[in-house]
Write a protein that binds this ligand. Structure first.
Ligand SMILES: Cc1cc2nc3c(=O)[nH]c(=O)nc-3n(C[C@H](O)[C@H](O)[C@H](O)COP(=O)(O)OP(=O)(O)OC[C@H]3O[C@@H](n4cnc5c(N)ncnc54)[C@H](O)[C@@H]3O)c2cc1C
Ligand code: FES
Length: 254
């Protein structure tokens, strides 16, 4: 069930000039699942009245801890970057659907680009806990964008591409040598062109593929229709019927 909870900031750790990692605490944190997101009220500015959607990087409901990886994109996220330990943050959660969990024997590749690594981390951890052994491929611009490596390496063997070749293999994720292996299922979250390229790759190889869309949102609860995406079954709200979609359901392949 959705809840609105006041979290306390336990830690706000800057990772790069634009990326930061929030650890939030609330004893009444509900169960959340990989793929779901939260909607954060940004206090301190009358111009920012809409909540900001952010994927769940990790959660420990028993300890009341929620972890978010955030990139400064505009005024709202810039304000969140200034949060200090002990400040309160009002959050609506959990929102959206979840990834479809694979069968026990399936070989799985998770692909994350930019802050799209957040839901991939939570999914990899979930799959590991279920006895599966996913591999994780991340695509970023440069080595300085490879963040939270220690968290990622714990949950899955980590592969990386950088556009400038300063870490891992040079190029885009779809060109990485890990694709020479056989996979039964792919999950992806990242910039739209990256997800389309991964979906196309999966489609050509006949591999099942789910993506987590990051359409611009307003209400986050299916009321404003500003987040709709076109699917084979008509328009769907990404906030309530997504953010996770099987790419076969999307109108991406022509
Ligand atoms: C389901 C979902 C999960 C997300 N998860 C994360 C996450 O884990 N970490 C993270 O850093 N960001 C995530 N985002 C993106 C994040 O919500 C936006 O970057 C944020 O709302 C921008 O708010 P702002 O006030 O800082 O920027 P604004 O001032 O509102 O906008 C600044 C710029 O950001 C662009 N922008 C606004 N909304 C989005 C969006 N949804 N996606 C991409 N660009 C946007 C605008 O077009 C504009 O160019 C997610 C978005 C969705 C829909
Ligand atoms: S954000 Fe309002 S309907 Fe999805």
């Amino acid at each position: 069930m959705k809840k609105i909870i006041d979290f306390t900031v336990r830690e706000n750790r800057p990772l790069t000039d634009t990326l930061f990692f929030l650890t939030l605490y609330a004893p009444e944190l509900p169960e959340v699942a990989a793929g779901q997101f939260v909607n954060i009220k940004v206090e301190g500015s009358p111009e920012i009245f809409l909540r900001r959607p952010i994927s769940i990087f990790d959660a420990d409901p028993a300890a009341g801890l929620l972890y978010l990886l955030i990139k400064i994109a505009g005024k709202g996220t810039a304000r969140l970057a200034e949060l200090k330990k002990g400040e309160k943050l009002n959050i609506l959660l959990p929102l959206g659907n979840t990834f479809t969990l694979p069968g026990k024997e399936e070989r799985i590749l998770l692909v994350g680009g930019g802050v799209g690594i957040a839901p991939m981390h939570f999914l990899a951890k979930t799959l590991r806990q279920k006895g599966l052994h996913p591999e994780l491929l991340i695509g970023v611009r440069s080595c300085s964008d490879v963040v939270l490596r220690e968290n990622l390496e714990i949950v899955a063997p980590l592969h990386c591409t950088t556009e400038d070749g300063t870490f891992g293999e040079k190029g885009f994720p779809t060109a990485h040598s890990v694709w020479r292996k056989t996979f039964d299922r792919i999950y992806c979250c990242g910039p739209d062109p990256m997800m389309r390229a991964v979906a196309d790759h999966a489609f050509r190889k006949g591999i099942a593929c789910e993506v987590s869309l990051e359409n611009t949102m307003a209400c986050g609860i299916g009321a404003c229709l500003c987040c709709v995406t076109e699917t084979q079954e008509g328009h769907k709200c990404v906030c309530t019927e997504g953010p996770v979609f099987n790419t076969k359901a999307l109108k991406w392949q022509n």
